[in-house]
Write a protein that binds this ligand. Sequence first.
Ligand SMILES: *[C@@H]1O[C@H](CO)[C@@H](O)[C@H](O)[C@H]1NC(C)=O
Ligand SMILES: *[C@@H]1O[C@H](CO)[C@@H](O)[C@H](O)[C@H]1NC(C)=O
Ligand SMILES: *[C@@H]1O[C@H](CO)[C@@H](O)[C@H](O)[C@H]1NC(C)=O
Ligand SMILES: *[C@@H]1O[C@H](CO)[C@@H](O)[C@H](O)[C@H]1NC(C)=O
Ligand SMILES: *[C@@H]1O[C@H](CO)[C@@H](O)[C@H](O)[C@H]1NC(C)=O
Ligand SMILES: *[C@@H]1O[C@H](CO)[C@@H](O)[C@H](O)[C@H]1NC(C)=O
Ligand SMILES: *[C@@H]1O[C@H](CO)[C@@H](O)[C@H](O)[C@H]1NC(C)=O
Ligand SMILES: *[C@@H]1O[C@H](CO)[C@@H](O)[C@H](O)[C@H]1NC(C)=O
Ligand SMILES: *[C@@H]1O[C@H](CO)[C@@H](O)[C@H](O)[C@H]1NC(C)=O
Ligand SMILES: CC(=O)N[C@H]1CO[C@H](CO)[C@@H](O)[C@@H]1O
Length: 352
Amino acid sequence: MYRFLTLALPLVVYLAPGARAQGGTTCNITTPCPNSVPCCSSFGFCGTGSFCQTGCNPLASHALDSCRPDPVCQSGTHAFTDNSRIFSNATKFDGNVTAYDWVVNSGNIMNTNSSGGELALLLTETNGGTRVSSTRYIHYGRITVTLKTGRWAGIVTAAVTMSDVKDEIDWEFPGANTTQGQSNIFWQGFIPEKTIGGTHDISSDSFSNYHDYTIDWQEDQLSWLIDNKTVRTLKQSDMVGSDGVSRYPNTPSSFQMSIWPAGINSSAQGTIDWAGGMINWDDPDYKSAGHFYATIKQVTIECKDPAPPSQNVTSYVYAGNSSAFTPGVQFSNASVLLNAGERGAVGRDRFS
Ligand SMILES: *[C@@H]1O[C@H](CO)[C@@H](O)[C@H](O)[C@H]1NC(C)=O
Ligand SMILES: *[C@@H]1O[C@H](CO)[C@@H](O)[C@H](O)[C@H]1NC(C)=O
Ligand SMILES: *[C@@H]1O[C@H](CO)[C@@H](O)[C@H](O)[C@H]1NC(C)=O
Ligand SMILES: *[C@@H]1O[C@H](CO)[C@@H](O)[C@H](O)[C@H]1NC(C)=O
Ligand SMILES: *[C@@H]1O[C@H](CO)[C@@H](O)[C@H](O)[C@H]1NC(C)=O
Ligand SMILES: *[C@@H]1O[C@H](CO)[C@@H](O)[C@H](O)[C@H]1NC(C)=O
Ligand SMILES: *[C@@H]1O[C@H](CO)[C@@H](O)[C@H](O)[C@H]1NC(C)=O
Ligand SMILES: *[C@@H]1O[C@H](CO)[C@@H](O)[C@H](O)[C@H]1NC(C)=O
Ligand SMILES: *[C@@H]1O[C@H](CO)[C@@H](O)[C@H](O)[C@H]1NC(C)=O
Ligand SMILES: CC(=O)N[C@H]1CO[C@H](CO)[C@@H](O)[C@@H]1O
């Protein structure tokens, strides 16, 4: 299906602004980072400091424990009455997940403060879009976001899970059609099957009305829901290839919400078509507000770790026997702070 091309491309496009800000030594699974700059960032560049945090790929870093551990899941409901739980710049975050639930990776946010407070993600002609990520990770769980999408051709609102090895579960909303949402998955950065994307009706206009969009991610199956109604289910067993490899998202992930420009000159034609055409920077909505936007009302996270963590567990780490196609995930009691130094002891292997 053509969707293979069109949906595969946006990921690459969206990472571009951040990638341009980095540079230097590149990294991937076959060519990991050198000891001097041990951490492979989500954009595929080697570095230290923030390169070792959210999105740092253990399999492409110097050692499996070069990246900071991924902060363990915590169930809860996040309202956005103000922005006090959102750290404004991911590259300056010290890793204190007690202080902040979210970080801004790129772009600009605002609190509209209507009906009790809402987080607005802004897109302007110059900011390249906005992405906000959870500071904590989820290793299976149910995530529900209550949001209003954009309504403009070329502009995509998204709510996705994203792991350090780029397992990804998506809700995406190209703004040209506000009565339809799209579901998709990536496994280690790739679309596992050409027909993996789905489209789903929304009962009323998604720009004017809040709806609940859920990702219910379990070890054996994955469901997408709109307003508590299951619109799609995918089984893990259906994602095992003839080579025996399970191409099903199975690594700890942060939850990321974004608005991003797909209909711009630098995008591939497939991406522009998928998003409904080029962005109109003369749109009256843009002229009056000074930005395009998507609005987040609430996020509820229910952790569903296959084995519940004991009290001393702080994080997830990739186990010593991780390999390219079979990352092993363990609990750890190591500090998740950026400058905490050596990692603590690694706990029991949850797959053993
Ligand atoms: C990994 O990076 C190396 C060095 O930049 C490059 O030559 C190689 O093609 C890359 N491999 C993959 C699978 O992208
Ligand atoms: C982390 O944040 C909490 C809450 O703001 C604070 O009490 C604590 O001292 C911080 N920890 C560190 C190591 O900065
Ligand atoms: C974060 O800070 C860096 C370094 O000062 C800057 O380049 C980047 O644009 C900032 N990011 C955001 C989202 O403000
Ligand atoms: C928008 O989505 C709805 C619901 O899936 C569909 O019926 C309609 O044809 C779509 N409109 C356009 C212009 O693609
Ligand atoms: C979905 O279910 C939850 C819990 O039962 C409820 O609080 C919420 O209002 C429901 N949402 C919708 C849109 O029906
Ligand atoms: C594409 O480039 C032209 C010429 O620089 C510019 O006028 C136009 O606004 C751009 N289109 C978009 C959607 O950014
Ligand atoms: C982690 O646990 C080990 C053994 O149980 C202990 O020696 C170590 O001090 C703990 N580390 C932290 C950071 O709590
Ligand atoms: C946590 O503590 C329990 C017992 O108190 C211990 O068995 C387990 O190994 C510890 N886990 C970690 C990750 O340190
Ligand atoms: C890691 O090793 C343990 C045994 O020590 C094994 O049970 C587990 O399946 C391995 N995980 C991976 C991903 O190979
Ligand atoms: C960011 C902001 O101004 N938040 C305010 C929104 O309104 C509520 C209730 O009126 C206040 O408590 C917030 O501080």
